[in-house]
Design a protein around this ligand. Structure first.
Ligand code: ATP
Ligand code: MG
Length: 431
């Protein structure tokens, strides 16, 4: 026999039990975002490669080494599996002129692709919730975005998530800082790793984002961007902090927080936990006022963040997050031709009454069918033999409680089931 084909390394199947947990999580996400006035948007998973090169920046980990890019063999177009969602979202906003009548609050979710070394919390296909406030200049929206994250952690019962905050200022301020950085790192050239040496003149800010432990000491002592901010940037940063203090959200200013993408300015933030080892950032974002113009559109202020679903789910499970039981209410077993036809009617009739029903398919004797009924986790089996079918009746057998089975006329079935399930709920302390 030939070997069974495997999924691509770092791209995971999400099996039913886990997928149910994802659905539960996604429901919480939808409710939360709706409560802040965000509307959904869905973009393609594949975009033209130049979109990411222009949006994210050529000298970044993502564009330099993490993108899944390929040539469309039919027309030679360069395409990329999206590594993140902001570029596509802004492209869509421009293409459809979404801001024609004012700013928009948008969100999306879905798979992102990065060619990284797979490990716990780091995959090649992973999933993000992306939240973008387009056309807002802040700092109010910046603070609200952070505040809404805090509410979500509270909703999920996550305790161990901390806010790190920084300001990247504006282009001219970064230029001044850049010059200081180049001078500093040049004077310590022997301590730079290969990536840093390459970036020294093309994108020295990125060196601050290095994960290389051997460079952390050097990075720690590097000139701070915060010391190069002018009055406007400082005022923006200050206003965000005032609003955060008002909402009682603790934060730590991290002057080395620069984010892995080029498009940010002013406010940047990350939510970090120490419960997930090295992959501790569960949510990251900030302001990106230059991106619309960079993608060829009319300039628009904007702010956004992305959360890593896999990492959040690990945290959530650690905090007791789980999906509610997913079993159907009723499993219908039947034997004989008339019984089968009646069973189809019974099953649909019960669904009309709002019950979830699994109709046994695939034949087999009653004993085998009852075993399936038991394994299904259903509360009740609805048993239909030729006898029942002839009399338009159904035998109800409770599967989770030691209650006598009873035979019920078809037209009283829904009511009888309602009573049975209600009785149990009552015994267990009511609904
Ligand atoms: P990291 O520093 O962990 O590589 P990043 O700065 O590259 O993260 P972003 O591009 O800001 O990450 O993406 C936002 C969030 O998406 C991250 O905070 C993280 O939770 C999640 N994320 C990013 N890359 C991955 C990945 N390869 N696997 C799983 N989750 C990821
Ligand atoms: Mg990364």
């Amino acid at each position: 026999m030939s070997q069974i084909l495997q999924a691509i390394r770092g791209m995971n199947d999400i099996l039913p039990e886990e997928a149910e947990l994802w659905e539960q999580f996604e429901e919480a996400v939808r409710d939360w975002l709706r409560s802040y006035g965000y509307r959904p948007i869905r973009m393609p998973v594949v975009e033209p490669t130049p979109l990411f090169a222009r949006a994210i920046g050529a000298v970044t980990d993502i564009v330099e080494k993490e993108m899944y890019s390929f040539t469309d063999s039919l027309n030679g177009e360069l395409l990329t599996l999206r590594p993140e969602g902001t570029a596509g979202c802004v492209r869509a906003a421009l293409q459809h002129n979404l801001l024609y009548d004012g700013p928009k609050r948008l969100w999306y979710q879905g798979p992102m692709f990065r060619h990284e070394r797979p490990q716990k919390g780091r995959y090649r296909q992973f999933h993000q919730i992306g939240v973008e406030a387009l056309g807002y200049s802040g700092p109010d929206i910046d603070a609200e975005m952070i505040q809404m994250c805090q509410r979500f952690w509270d909703d999920l019962g996550l305790k161990n998530v901390h806010l790190e905050l920084n300001s990247l200022g504006q282009t001219e301020e970064r230029q001044a800082h850049r010059a200081a950085l180049i001078e500093y790192f040049s004077s310590h050239a022997a301590l730079l790793d290969a990536d840093a040496q390459r970036r020294l003149h093309s994108n020295p800010l990125r060196i601050l984002d290095s994960k290389n432990p051997a460079m952390q000491d050097l990075i720690e002592k590097a000139p701070r961007l915060l010391d190069h901010l002018g009055p406007d940037s400082l005022r923006h940063f200050e206003s965000v902090q005032v609003l955060l203090k008002d909402s009682g959200i603790p934060y730590r200013i991290n002057p080395r927080l620069v984010r892995g993408l080029d498009y940010y300015n002013l406010t940047v933030f990350e939510w970090v936990t120490d419960s997930l080892g090295a992959q501790g950032t569960v949510c990251a974002g900030g302001r990106y006022d230059g991106l619309f113009a960079q993608l060829g559109g009319k300039s628009q202020p904007a702010c956004g963040f992305a959360m890593g679903i896999e990492r959040l789910l690990m945290l959530w499970q650690g905090a007791g997050g789980k999906a509610p039981p997913q079993a159907v209410d009723i499993y219908v077993v039947h034997q004989g031709e008339q019984a089968q036809r009646f069973a189809f009617r019974v099953a649909e009739g019960l669904r009309d009454n709002g019950y979830s029903v699994q109709l046994h398919c695939g034949g087999g004797n009653f004993k085998a069918q009852m075993k399936r009924a038991d394994n299904s986790g259903a509360m009740l089996a609805a048993i239909i033999g030729e006898d029942e079918a002839a009399a338009s009746e159904v035998t109800l057998k409770p599967l989770r409680e030691s209650i006598e089975q009873r035979r019920v006329a078809y037209d009283q079935l829904a009511e009888a089931i309602g009573e049975l399930l209600y009785e149990w709920d009552d015994e267990n302390g009511g609904i």
